[in-house]
Design a protein around this ligand. Structure first.
Ligand code: PLP
Length: 369
């Protein structure tokens, strides 16, 4: 479903493309001599890869990462030929020719993926570009050290594969003091020694802030582009990119001892004015925010009372003047002061999940394009 009229919408998601581009420029600057890519998997963390990626390409970004081949095939035609689109999961078996035809570049994560890409290069009669991922501490995807040694002893296994970057991924980069960061860097250097000389890529958003040793030749930020704080416990240097506003669909006065919402979990201690807002857990406003989050209107906090429903939340708006809100008024749920990270903390999750849960029923307003 596409909500293409503000008047029809229950909520408005504003996405500031200028702030996004500023964030990319800051990350490029912090990446030093390395090139800075943009990770736009999961529809650019829910913000719309079709708008985000071309905007970053205009800002100068030349490398884009998605997770799935189909994400790459949809994105590729929207970007200039000078941009590369890399597929983090690599190619599912049998889809290699489609990947090549679609001008997507796989991250090879296993000896089987290397072998399939090498064979395709043989058929194509030319060297084919790829990234090669080695595992240094995630145990998720990428070649295990023994598999890297296998490639080292039998270099023919890489015939026809042009390795653009050897890459790996950090497990704890947002914790600057975590010893695993250095351990992973050392394992990465050791594994690179075994492979043909090539450029390298290690840092995600948080990894960029671990310093120059982690930058290599290409950095791969995602979350920080979209405004999520890259370093735990430190001020956020990124500009906020999104603002989420919910529309009031009803206002009512309730008596003391009246319960609100499913499970009658909240009971008014006194006469209360309640605003019902058309955003619920089906829109990614997580149910774990029940009785925890607030909305904001003209700087006033409006506590969420009762459970988050599928399509609505209920707010105690008694602290506002009686005529401040009416049906159709917009209240802020996420903004520059009440950030993605703060909402995530209240929900018991991380900013990444708040972003990627953002629903399809919002009227999306792109600013600065
Ligand atoms: C998602 C992802 C990134 C981006 O990570 P952020 O923490 O969002 O910056 C980089 N590299 C890989 C391999 C990823 O899966």
């Amino acid at each position: 479903m596409i909500v293409d009229k503000f008047e029809h919408a229950g909520a408005v998601l504003s996405i500031d493309l200028d702030a996004l581009a500023d964030n990319w420029r800051l990350l490029q600057q912090r990446s030093g001599a390395a090139a800075c890519a943009a990770v736009v998997k999961a529809d650019a963390y829910g913000l719309g890869a079709g708008r985000v990626a071309p905007h970053l390409a205009r800002a100068g970004c030349r490398a884009f990462f998605v997770a799935h081949l189909d994400e790459a095939l949809s994105l590729r035609p929207l970007l200039p030929a000078s941009c590369a689109v890399y597929v983090l999961h690599g190619v599912p078996p049998g889809a290699e020719a489609d990947c090549l035809a679609g001008d997507a570049i796989p991250v090879l994560n296993s000896l089987a993926q290397v072998e399939a890409w090498r064979r395709l290069a043989g058929t194509a009669g030319r060297r084919l570009p790829a990234l090669l991922q080695v595992d240094t501490g995630m145990a998720r995807v990428g070649l295990a050290p023994a598999e890297v040694r296998r490639l080292a002893t039998d270099p023919a296994l890489l015939d026809g594969v042009e390795i653009r970057y050897v890459m790996s991924h950090l497990a704890c980069a947002e914790e600057q003091g975590n010893p695993l960061n250095r351990v992973q860097l050392e394992r990465f250097s050791a594994l690179r020694e075994l492979l043909p000389a090539s450029a390298a890529s290690l840092a995600n958003s948080s990894g960029i802030f671990l310093g120059p040793d982690f930058h290599c030749q290409l950095t791969r930020p995602g979350a920080a582009l979209y405004g999520v704080a890259p370093v735990a416990g430190q001020p956020n240097p990124m500009r906020p990119v999104i603002r989420l506003q919910g529309k009031v669909v009803q206002l009512r006065e309730i008596d003391a001892r009246t319960s609100v919402g499913y499970g009658a979990s909240w009971v008014a201690p006194a006469p209360t004015r309640i605003a019902t807002v058309a955003v619920g857990y089906a829109d990614g406003f997580l149910r774990s925010l029940s009785s925890r989050a607030s909305a904001w209107y003209m700087g006033v906090a409006l506590p969420l009372v009762g459970k988050v429903s599928m399509d609505t939340i209920t707010l105690d708006v008694s602290s506002l003047p009686a005529d401040a809100l009416h049906e159709g008024s917009l209240v802020d749920l996420i903004n520059e002061r009440h950030t993605i990270d703060r909402v995530a903390e209240l929900a018991g999750t991380i900013g990444y999940e708040i972003l990627t849960s953002l629903g399809q029923r919002y009227f999306r307003r792109y600013l600065g394009d």
